[in-house]
Design a protein around this ligand. Structure first.
Ligand code: ADP
Ligand code: ASP
Ligand code: MG
Length: 403
């Protein structure tokens, strides 16, 4: 008898009607004599609504209470799913993460799942039950509720699959799988049949929100194959795997883009050792994530310009920290809020020369100016003006034969 883990995202359980449909999918696995473990997100919009409520109470909401608040959304969806399964004749119950327990480590709002005690779940499965488990959350060593980052139900599903030693882990969502680029932004996007963990990790980290980056990392570390499928229509999806069998010879697998980036340039900072560290130290202390960084070559050997990107939510705070920083001096500070990072990703580029040139040439042909560049072995990212993102995706999609 196979054990399958099924995860349903917010849109998949976004209404009563959707929950009834999802229960039919769950029932179909049960009827095929599988042991079925279900992980659910909150109904779509619920977590955002809870966040907005917390802001109305305080702009400095206590961290542990914030997680206690945010984790309520999943309790509702899981109880509704279990209730419906009972109604149509299946043995099922909801399990909150502290009841299992799912043990997390790390700070509130961005914990990581460390352990899942599966004994009771296993007994329940053996007795024919379908456990419906709250995604996105756990309990820490102080026995307080924690959450594991937005979209965290993906990671819950993967860690459950690991600890329960599942044969299959299926992520049900509102698109048919992982596409070459966001199918909602570009109509010619193609469904990818198989993708490597590393490619998926880059795509997710670079803005393809179909999978939470942490969850892909967890899957890679534990060698768990993931199937991404639609809960809306019955079609084959995408396999995320480490297996090298039967892969296409495509050089570029996908294109991602980000929203809400901001670029900061500090003009005329001293060109001597320790200056960059002095600039970034207060940012790191305030948990501001710096992404792309470039420093110009100093023309006079004394001063240089430093450009870097952050999330636009952090812009005000960053500006304040730089202005307050007594360890540095500079001539001018400039900001650009309307920038986005567009990235091409593919393990094929390791062995194919000329990819950087083709990317830059394609962008140039559409008169798209590149502001900052960063590369790794399997991706090339460029920062461009947000208004050019659609055009950039379209020309790159064509250039690398993804259309
Ligand atoms: P869920 O609620 O099921 O977790 P998400 O909203 O987190 O779903 O992720 C699915 C969404 O991801 C899709 O609706 C799609 O717009 C978006 N998306 C972004 N990039 C991609 C991509 N490369 N392939 C598929 N979907 C993508
Ligand atoms: N409900 C949480 C969120 O909206 C977790 C998830 O959907 O995976 O981020
Ligand atoms: Mg998601």
């Amino acid at each position: 008898m196979k054990t399958v883990v099924l995860k349903f995202g917010g849109t998949s359980v976004g209404s009563i009607d959707r929950i009834k449909k999802v229960c039919k999918i769950i029932a179909s696995y049960k009827k095929k004599k599988n042991k079925v473990v279900v992980i659910s997100s909150a109904m779509s919009g619920v977590t955002n609504d809870l966040i907005n409520k917390s802001k109305l109470i305080s702009n400095n909401f206590e961290k542990a209470e914030y997680d206690a608040l945010l984790s309520t959304g999943e309790q509702v969806s899981c109880a509704l799913i279990a209730g419906r399964l009972n109604h149509i004749g299946f043995k099922s119950r909801s399990w909150q993460s502290w009841q299992i327990p799912i043990i997390t480590e790390g700070p509130y709002s961005s914990g990581r799942i460390k352990r899942v005690i599966v004994k009771n779940l296993k007994d329940y499965l053996k007795n024919g039950g379908i456990p419906i488990i709250t995604g996105f959350q756990g309990v820490n060593n102080k026995f307080r509720l924690t959450t594991i980052g937005r979209s965290g139900s993906d990671a819950t599903a993967i860690m459950l699959a690991k600890f329960i030693k599942a044969d299959e882990c299926i992520i049900y969502t509102d698109v048919e799988g992982v596409y070459t680029t966001d199918p909602r932004n570009y109509k010619k996007a193609k469904k990818i049949e198989k993708i490597f963990y590393d490619e998926m990790l880059e795509m997710a980290s670079l803005g393809s929100k179909v999978m939470q980056p942490t969850s892909v990392q967890d899957a890679k570390l534990n060698n768990i194959d993931i199937n991404v499928k639609s809960s809306f229509i019955l079609k084959s999806g995408t396999l995320i795997t480490g297996s090298k069998k039967a892969f296409s010879d495509q050089i570029i697998t996908g294109i991602s883009s980000t929203k809400n980036d901001a670029k900061i340039t500090i003009v005329g900072v001293k060109d001597r050792p320790g200056v960059a560290a002095s600039i970034f130290k207060p940012l790191s202390k305030n948990l501001i994530n710096v992404d792309m960084v470039v420093q110009n070559i100093s023309l006079n050997g004394k001063e240089t310009d430093l450009t870097f990107t952050i999330k636009s939510d952090d812009l005000q705070k960053t500006e304040k920290l730089i202005k307050q920083n007594k360890k540095i001096s500079f001539k001018k500070l400039s900001f650009d809020k309307d920038v986005s990072k567009v990235s091409i990703i593919g393990v094929g580029m390791i062995t194919a020369p000329g990819i950087t040139y083709r990317m830059f040439q394609a962008l140039a042909s559409k008169k798209i100016n590149i502001l900052v560049i960063s590369t790794s072995e399997i991706k090339i990212s460029v920062l461009i003006s947000t208004k050019h993102v659609k055009k950039a995706i379209s020309v790159l999609h064509k250039e690398f034969n993804l259309d």
